[in-house]
Design a protein around this ligand. Structure first.
Ligand code: NAP
Length: 243
């Protein structure tokens, strides 16, 4: 059977590493991105250079019509989507909770939660009785990220409930839904939060004494999507060096 995956937010970081790793496991992949076309093209080219099949697609996955169009495009170019990674996640400059505006909180919920809802809904509409979804949550759903990103942590808490509910609804259809909860991972998201070296600064607080890599998260995602995890649904893998 052809395995066709959409990875949202795959122009860099964990999404890009996941797209590469899925391609190495034989999937045809769609690299979704928001604004960085050059980076998405680079991910595609690198996959194609290794003999894989990849397309990229610009879409704001928090916008319903753009998600519907993306699924139609991938269906016509690659075939029915069998696997989905809801990877998009954003955060804004770290700040204590009372400084967070309503607009900022809504933007975080839209990008991090509504996107996963929209993509999962389109995925389910076009699926037959087979497939898997991985939602990329965060260790922040457990810690709450006080004084930094309470909005972001709240969105990841919502993702965890979403994963649980969806997994139970879709279990009888043989569509598995799981989640990874990364801790401090070396990617550019920390520059968006105003502290590019955040992971290095916080490494002494991590039991394993180091941050993680995008590849380490991608490896867990690939396993959860694979048939080797065929009896795993509604589960969460913490990838946080023991934190
Ligand atoms: P990242 O490096 O900041 O990459 C974010 C990606 O999402 C980019 O490809 C970006 O595309 C895309 N994107 C953002 N908004 C989008 C939208 N509305 N529609 C489509 N694409 C959008 O992020 P990362 O660090 O790899 O994180 C990936 C996931 O892991 C997120 O859910 C994050 O919350 C989670 N996570 C990360 C860490 C960590 O320490 N890095 C820890 C825990 C959880 P463009 O560049 O084209 O705009």
């Amino acid at each position: 059977m052809n395995k066709i995956a959409i990875i949202t937010g795959a122009s860099r970081g964990i999404g890009a590493a996941t797209a590469q790793a899925l391609s190495e496991s034989g999937y045809k992949v769609c690299i979704n991105y928001l604004s960085n076309k050059d980076a998405a093209n680079e991910v595609c080219s690198s996959i194609e250079a290794n003999g894989g099949v990849a397309i990229n697609y610009q879409a704001d996955v928090s916008a319903e019509s753009e998600v519907i169009d993306m699924f139609e495009f991938v269906n016509s170019e690659l075939g029915t989507v069998t696997h989905l990674v809801n990877n998009v996640g954003i955060l804004f400059t770290k700040t204590e909770f009372s400084n967070i505006s309503v607009e900022r909180f809504k933007n975080v919920l839209n990008a991090n939660v509504i996107s996963a809802f929209l993509c999962s809904r389109e995925f389910v509409k076009q699926s037959s009785n087979y497939g898997a979804i991985v939602n990329v949550s965060s260790a922040a759903s457990r810690t709450g990220a006080p004084f930094e990103y309470v909005d972001y942590a709240s969105s990841k808490g919502a993702m965890d409930s979403f994963t649980k509910g969806l997994s139970l609804e879709l279990a009888p259809k043989n569509i598995r839904v799981n989640s990874v909860r990364p801790g401090f991972i070396h990617t550019d998201i920390h520059s968006d939060g105003g502290e590019p070296d955040r992971v290095t600064r916080l490494s002494p607080q991590i039991p394993m004494n180091r941050g993680g890599t995008a590849q380490e998260v991608a490896d867990a995602i690939v396993w959860l999507l694979s048939d080797q995890a065929s009896y795993v649904t509604g589960s969460f893998i913490d990838i946080a060096g023991g934190k």
